[in-house]
Write a protein that binds this ligand. Structure first.
Ligand SMILES: Cc1cc2nc3c(=O)[nH]c(=O)nc-3n(C[C@H](O)[C@H](O)[C@H](O)COP(=O)(O)OP(=O)(O)OC[C@H]3O[C@@H](n4cnc5c(N)ncnc54)[C@H](O)[C@@H]3O)c2cc1C
Length: 491
């Protein structure tokens, strides 16, 4: 059973696993603190609980979301679907069908509509709120099947700083310190960079968090809205507006103006094997331009849809990324990333259908360009956009939402804990600007060597792809083994 300590913070929502009295005395057993109780924190906790053969206390710190749900799976909007079919969404690296079996047991309980279930449970793009419930159940299941002396405690609090302690490390919360043998940073994506021209116009006219209820909150049905940045969050916002019968114009603006592309319908058959990945492994590309040429050529030569070629590269992407020179990595991030992300991180076919309908009706207007000015004018905002093809377009909107995507450059983050660690020299920004430097086990590289580890988006430079469930669960599985081995054989 998960025990939760709620002191020093607002309580989590009621769907979180059953909670009990805190057991946070410092003289108990070895302790691992996980900072962040989203997907990564919860999956790592479950891995530790399952694998621990000696007494261990796993503490998860999470101030903002119900345990295990994090940003992605806290949504309550049933229109927000997973962008990966159920078959690839197991939280367990050792049990690929774990989520599909859970869906089989629970689909009826959640009254899913036939169209949400698609043609079969393996191919379904389940609602994200449901996936959050699955993650909570999976953690609860792990907490119930532990060896004697192994416990999980969830604390509703934010980690503010980490320092050295006799026992290893000490994490500072607002009202106390918690000591531990090891600390894992699983803080997820960092908040987006502020809009260059965002003025604080008050009254919630500029929203900085696309996932908060306030983003669309009191928007009237005929109000015009500008979403800055085009990615999966933009898609979420448009789908939510569509479901509630919004009539006002929705502008979506990004530098390239590329929308996330659709997945193929489940019924689409295989159109022949794509050998590109094997060829790239056998004869690596000499650099980024050649890599792009070969991918384009493979798409042109493939008899089936381009999605099959893109998907064939998934397992090879980490090696391709690592094989690029620093100059090519930087060129990719500036020039190609929006295109690759739009084709690689796709949306469910039914979601793509909604987006296409909104575009066809003229309600959704996609613009390529930059926001260069934002001026309040009564209840409205005047947004000046410099268009990519030349020219300027001025939009009058009631709301602007910043959906430019997570900040990855640690030198620009306002995240209190990471800023504190950066200033203390405990973490080093990765040279491409994708998170921080870690060794191959996930241990943070800094000026001091401490039992401080990272999991998830902070390690994005390792493999480039390490931000989705299939890669994250493998990372959590490996890190759990490392942590338990180090506890058993301390240096
Ligand atoms: C909207 C959205 C939809 C997605 N859909 C999919 C999908 O369909 N399929 C897929 O494979 N991937 C999807 N992803 C990718 C997603 O990033 C991963 O699936 C996963 O949720 C990432 O988990 P995480 O634990 O790293 O981050 P998060 O879930 O963001 O959890 C990090 C947690 O850390 C907490 N935290 C931060 N700082 C502190 C601190 N100082 N102290 C304590 N706690 C702290 C935060 O409150 C947060 O809850 C989606 C992502 C988003 C944003």
């Amino acid at each position: 059973m998960v025990k939760t300590d709620r002191s020093g913070a607002e309580g989590a929502e009621s769907e979180a696993p059953e909670l009990r009295t805190p057991e946070l005395r410092d003289d108990v057993v070895p302790r691992i603190i996980i900072v962040g109780g989203g997907f990564c924190g919860a999956v790592l906790a479950a891995e530790l609980l399952r694998a621990a053969r000696c007494p261990l206390q796993v503490v998860v710190l999470e101030p903002d979301h119900p345990l295990a749900r994090g940003v992605a799976y806290s949504t309550r909007d049933p229109e927000h679907l997973l962008n990966v079919p159920a078959a690839s969404m197991s939280a367990r690296a050792d049990d690929p069908d774990h989520f599909v079996r859970w869906l089989e047991r629970h689909a009826r309980r959640f009254d899913l509509h036939a169209e949400q279930l698609g043609t079969g449970l393996h191919t379904v793009y389940a609602p994200r709120y449901l996936y959050g419930q699955y993650l909570q159940d999976a953690l609860e299941e792990a907490a119930e099947q532990v060896q004697p002396g192994v416990t999980l405690v969830s604390v509703s609090a934010e980690a503010l700083a980490v320092s050295v302690a006799a026992r290893g490390l000490s994490v500072r919360l607002s009202d106390r310190h918690l000591n531990a043998e090891a600390v894992v940073l699983a803080v997820g994506n960092l908040p987006p960079r502020a809009l260059p021209s965002a003025v604080d116009v008050g009254r919630g006219q500029v929203q900085t968090d696309p996932w908060s209820d306030a983003a669309l909150g009191d928007l009237g049905p005929d109000d015009a809205l500008l979403i800055v940045g085009i990615g999966l969050s933009t898609v979420d916002l448009v789908v939510s507006l569509h479901a509630r019968g919004h009539r006002g114009r929705i502008y979506a603006l990004s530098r390239r103006g590329v929308l996330p592309q659709p997945h193929l319908p489940p019924a689409t058959g295989e159109n022949g094997v794509v050998t590109l990945a094997t060829e790239l492994t056998r004869r690596p590309a000499a650099g980024l331009p050649e890599l792009v040429r070969r991918v384009r050529r493979a798409v042109g030569a493939h008899p089936g849809p381009w999605q099959e070629v893109v998907d064939s590269l998934r397992a090879t992407t980490p090696a391709l990324w690592r094989g690029l020179s620093l100059r090519d990595k930087r060129r990719y991030l500036v020039h190609l990333r929006p295109y690759w992300d739009a084709h690689r991180s796709r949306v469910a076919p039914q979601v793509a259908g909604v987006i296409a309908d909104c575009q066809t009706s003229g309600q959704l207007v996609v613009l390529a360009g930059r926001l260069v000015g934002l001026t309040p004018d009564g209840n409205e905002l005047e947004a000046v956009c410099k268009l990519r093809g030349g020219g300027v377009r001025t939009l009058r909107v009631v709301r602007v939402v910043n959906a430019t995507g997570p900040e990855t450059d640690l030198t620009r983050t306002t995240h209190p804990l990471l800023s504190a660690l950066l200033h203390a020299g405990w973490i080093r920004p990765e040279v491409t600007g994708l998170g921080l430097e870690v060794d191959p086990t996930g241990r943070v590289k800094g000026t001091q060597t401490r039992p401080l580890y990272a999991l998830g988006a902070l390690r994005r430079n390792e493999s480039y792809e390490g931000i989705a469930v299939p890669e994250l669960r493998a990372q959590a599985h490996e890190l759990a083994s490392t942590l338990l081995a180090e506890l058993a054989n301390p240096e």
